[in-house]
Each structure stands twice: as structure tokens, then as C-alpha cells.
Design a binder for this molecule. Structure first.
Ligand SMILES: Nc1ncnc2c1ncn2[C@@H]1O[C@H](COP(=O)(O)OP(=O)(O)OP(=O)(O)O)[C@@H](O)[C@H]1O
Length: 539
């Protein structure tokens, strides 16, 4: 994707009698992206116009329609809103979407790296919120990368994130079946640098494939480097399949990366999806826990002791001090985020020959997506030997993957030891709540379990939390909990109160969380926080 400033056939024209095209803001494999104006409302919008020459390409048209369909299924503040899908007078297809006045994450990395860990957490948490919503709606993005994440600086709300480009999203209908095939036999879609191992070998993917891409994103945001370097699509795919990523702190000893962050990144980059965070919400909870732990550690002890007396207005995820920009910059780092021309467009044709090669590890539902689509815009751009090599390497990679990773997976650094302490009543602060008393001892009547309404409150709570409005976040989470008392909500409520410097409330909600979800991934974190409230040394 490159930004283009020069004039163009649509600039100054009105499309479909509704949108005046003002400026070209991007150009990708499929077409051009314009800042435009919706005339009826005098409102800025973005039009993505499919290249005329691609109108006869059924797969590309299908991808384009899929983007509109997938994104319009979503209604989350961190996902781009699709406003319209239509055809211009000259036959060109377009998608109209909300305009995000900001920069994409690729640009932000190039301009502002290094980024403080707290800022990275805040950005990636919002990506995970969008993913959590998409996954809940049966949509897997499959092409997460910095170019597909817009970051807007809002007045009171720095770094507001919008996830873009659901062009190759996998849509699962309510019966659990995939929608119509997007790609024909012999294709894998995605961008090689961010591709999960299962995506690279053409196997079936689920939401955890997106979480792997988030792992790559986190790695890149913390180090300014990709976990793997290669000068070819095949090289990236092979490395994702077979190589362990080097620990971020080894790659960039000068970058300030917490131990917890490093572990979480490496866990998200696990070859086996079972070893990654279970879902986007769990991933986000771990990120918040990390940020919180770092903040508590850097606070002087007396402040912590006085925490419960702190005013209600303390910010959530307060930005850490920015480091100077005098350090290394992406543009000066060899082999960092760069325009790898063959990886710009994400779904591209691969010569027919690859389709005759059997998928090394075919999966029942994915035979149609079984090779790698990461060539050039010109399908003939990959020569026969490259294709052959690609096929052989992928086959070898897949075998190696199978050999090395299909056995027992090692326990993760986040697994909860059998003998992990459980909060006990006598350990609590005297002014703290009674841990043995459930907060909600009354059963909530079945008719009150309004899951959809609860979800709305939860999403609103997430928004308020991201804005630092902890009291509003708590109110929404509590409303959500009343309607659907699921463990994620008691976990979030604990976190909100903890950030609100109300440890008694926080521990009560966490106690409820552990009661409902005894094997919660957050147990170790909660136990640790409880110890710090009781005055025990923080490990
Ligand atoms: N809604 C938007 N608001 C502001 N800028 C946008 C918006 N949508 C896209 N852009 C800009 O245009 C760029 C290209 O968008 P997008 O990735 O959706 O295009 P694409 O043609 O699908 O690209 P590719 O197929 O190469 O991934 C983005 O990286 C971003 O900089």
C-alpha cells in the first residue's frame, strides 16, 4: 500500500450521485482508497473503489463484496463502519465507509517508534476488542497487519483504534459452516509476515489465527522488528511454520520490554493454537494485567498503601512517559518494517501449477485454500522453479511442523500451578470484603438473562474503560453482569476497581470471578494482587 498524492480519474467527480471524491489516500492490490464527501450529509467518508480491470475477476469481486459483507456485520467502535456498497455510473464497484482522521499503524511505527509499553498495550487492547466482537459474530479477519489498523488521536482519547479491511475475512454462518468459498483450490490468503502457521500451511483456521497475527503485531510494536526476517514470501511462510521466534529482548536489548510482555508475545506466537491465549478477551485481560503490574511496581510503596484513599478520577492505562524519538527509527533499521512489494496485496493469483500439488497437510474444510497466494499482481511473476521451491518448502515445513509440534505441548508460563494459593478470608484487609460471601447470592431469574443487552453494556464498558472513565465503565459492566453474570465480566469489574484504587471492591469481584471460573488464566495475577493488598511483598 502506498500513499499517492497525484491527480486521478475520479478526483473531483461525484460517484453514484452521492459521493464527491476529494483526494486519493491509498492504493492497494484491489483498487484505490479516496477521501470523499457524502453530499447529503456533508460528511467526510472513505470510498474504496475496485480497479476497473479487476471487475471481470470473479474472485476479486467476491473478495470486495465480502469485505462489505463482513464489516457490515460488525458494530463495534473499534471496527470500521461500512456505510454503503454500490456501483458508479462507469460500472466501478465501491464501498463507502467512515473516514478515520488518523494514520495507520505502519505509518505510526515509522514515525514514532519506539513506543512505550503502556501505549502499545492500549493500542493492541483495542485491536483485541474489535477482534473479540468480530469473532463473536463469526468473522475471522485473517489479514491483520499494521496497514489495516488506523489510529486516530481523539481529543481526550489518544490512540483510538479502528480495524480495517475485512476483505479476506472468513465468515462463518450460524450453523458453523463457512460462507461461500472465497478462494479457489490452490490458494491461501493473508500477508506472509503476519501469517499463522496453520494459515501458511493451508489448514483450517479459527479465531486463534488472528491472535497469532496480534502476536506478530505486538512483537513489531515493541521491537520495531518482525519476528522473522526473509526476502521472500516462501521464506516467511517457512519460518512461521518451523522456526521459534527469537525472544524480543534478544533482538532488541536496548528496548524496554517487560518480562511479562515478552512471555505473552512468545505465547501468542506459539505454533500450536492451543498454546496461545484462548481468545481475544483472555489476551486483552493478560495485557491489562501486565500494564497494571508494571504500574504497581513502578509506584513507590507509600502510594500503594494509600491506594484505597485515592480519588475516583485516576486514569486507566495512564500513558507511560514517552521515550525520546532520538533513538533508532524504523526507517534506519535494516530489515525492519518495510515495503515488501510482493506482500502488499494479500490475495493474489499463484500460477496454476501449484494447484496440482497436493496439500501436504490437507484439512477437510480447507482444500480450497491450500497453497500460498503471495505472489505479485502479475501471476506470471513467480517462475516455475520458484513455485516448485515454494511447494517443496511448504511441504517440508508442514512435515517439520507436524513432526515437532503435534506432540505434547510444553506447559505455558501462564499455567496455574496446582498448589497456587486461593484467596482466603483471613488474608484480606480488615476493611476489605468477606471473600467467602458471594456478591450475588441470589439467583438471577432466567428471563433476566438478556445476553444481547448485556453485550451492549459490556461494549460500552470497554469503551469507557479505554477512555479512562472508570466509574462509567464499572456501571456498564455491572449492568452487563446483572443481565449475564459471566466470569469475564467479574474479571473486568475487578480490574476496573483495581485501577480505580478500590482494592476491596476489586478483590471481591475477583473472588467472584475465581468462584465462577476456578481455572481462570487470571488466577495467578489475582493472587499476586491480593498479596500486595495484604501487605505481602510483590514477587
Ligand atoms: N476508513 C479509512 N479512513 C482513513 N484512511 C483509510 C481508511 N481506509 C483505508 N485507509 C487508508 O488506506 C490504506 C489502504 O486501505 P486498505 O488496506 O483497506 O486497502 P486495500 O486496497 O484493501 O489494500 P490491500 O489489499 O493492499 O491490503 C490504509 O492503510 C489506510 O492508510
Amino acid at each position: 500500500m502506498r500513499t499517492v498524492a497525484e491527480a486521478d480519474e475520479y478526483i473531483g467527480k461525484t460517484l453514484a450521485k452521492k459521493y464527491r471524491v476529494e483526494a486519493l489516500i491509498g492504493e492497494g492490490g484491489m483498487g484505490k482508497v479516496y477521501r470523499s464527501r457524502q453530499l447529503a450529509l456533508d460528511k467526510p467518508v472513505v470510498l474504496k473503489v475496485l480497479r476497473q480491470s479487476l471487475l471481470s475477476d470473479e474472485r476479486t469481486v467476491a473478495r470486495f463484496q465480502r469485505e462489505a459483507k463482513a464489516a457490515s456485520r460488525l458494530n463495534h467502535p473499534n471496527s470500521i463502519s461500512i456505510l454503503d456498497f454500490g456501483q458508479a455510473d462507469d460500472g466501478a464497484l465501491f464501498i463507502a465507509m467512515e473516514f478515520v482522521p488518523g494514520q495507520d499503524l505502519h505509518q505510526l511505527l515509522n514515525r514514532e517508534w519506539p513506543l512505550a509499553e503502556g501505549r502499545v498495550i492500549r493500542i493492541v487492547s483495542q485491536v483485541l476488542s474489535a477482534l473479540s466482537d468480530a469473532h463473536g459474530a463469526g468473522v475471522i479477519h485473517r489479514d491483520l497487519k499494521p496497514e489495516n489498523i488506523m489510529v486516530e488521536q481523539r481529543r481526550n482519547d489518544t490512540d483510538f483504534v479502528k480495524v480495517l479491511d475485512f476483505g479476506i475475512a472468513k465468515i462463518t454462518d450460524s450453523s458453523g459452516e463457512d460462507g461461500p468459498a472465497l478462494t479457489r483450490a490452490g490458494f491461501v490468503c493473508g500477508t506472509p509476515e503476519y501469517m499463522s502457521p496453520e494459515q501458511a500451511r493451508g489448514a483450517s483456521v479459527d479465531h486463534r489465527s488472528d491472535l497469532y497475527a496480534v502476536g506478530v503485531l505486538l512483537y513489531q510494536l515493541m521491537t520495531g522488528l518482525l519476528p522473522f526476517e526473509s526476502d521472500s514470501a516462501v521464506g516467511f511462510a517457512t519460518k512461521h511454520l518451523t522456526e521459534e521466534p527469537p525472544p524480543p529482548s534478544k533482538r532488541r536489548p536496548d528496548a524496554r520490554i517487560s518480562v511479562g510482555m515478552e512471555r505473552l508475545i512468545l505465547r501468542a506466537l506459539s505454533k500450536d493454537p492451543d498454546d496461545r491465549p484462548a481468545n481475544a478477551e483472555a489476551f486483552k485481560a493478560e495485557l491489562h494485567a501486565l500494564e497494571h503490574r508494571e504500574r504497581r511496581r513502578s509506584e513507590p510503596a507509600p502510594r500503594r498503601a494509600a491506594a484505597s484513599a485515592a480519588p475516583m478520577s485516576s486514569p486507566v492505562l495512564a500513558p507511560l512517559p514517552r521515550r525520546g524519538t532520538g533513538g533508532s527509527h524504523l526507517a534506519t533499521q535494516p530489515g525492519t518494517v518495510r515495503d515488501w512489494d510482493s506482500a502488499e496485496a494479500t490475495v493474489r493469483a499463484v500460477p496454476e501449477i501449484i494447484q496440482t500439488t497436493p496439500n501436504p497437510m490437507p484439512s477437510s474444510d480447507h482444500l480450497e485454500e491450500s497453497a500460498v497466494s503471495m505472489g505479485q499482481d502479475n501471476p506470471g511473476g513467480l517462475g516455475f522453479f520458484k513455485i516448485l521451491t515454494l511447494t517443496l518448502v511448504l511441504a517440508a515445513g508442514a512435515l517439520a511442523y507436524y513432526f515437532f509440534f503435534s506432540g505434547n505441548s510444553a506447559s505455558t508460563p501462564y499455567s496455574i500451578p496446582e498448589n497456587a494459593p486461593v484467596p482466603r478470608k483471613e488474608d484480606a484487609r480488615t476493611q476489605g470484603p468477606d471473600f467467602s460471601t458471594p456478591l450475588h447470592s441470589q439467583e438471577i431469574p432466567a428471563q433476566a438473562l438478556n445476553v444481547a443487552k448485556s453485550r451492549e453494556h459490556e461494549m460500552e464498558g470497554d469503551q469507557q474503560y479505554q477512555r479512562g472513565r472508570l466509574d462509567l465503565a464499572a456501571t456498564h459492566y455491572k449492568n452487563a453482569f446483572q443481565l449475564n453474570p459471566k466470569p469475564e465480566l467479574s474479571l473486568k469489574l475487578g480490574e476496573v476497581y483495581w485501577q480505580h484504587e478500590l482494592p476491596g471492591e476489586a478483590l471481591a469481584w475477583w473472588s467472584r470471578h475465581l468462584r465462577d471460573a476456578p481455572s481462570s488464566v487470571a488466577r495467578a495475577y489475582i493472587v499476586e494482587q491480593r498479596k500486595s493488598v495484604a501487605g505481602a511483598p510483590v514477587p
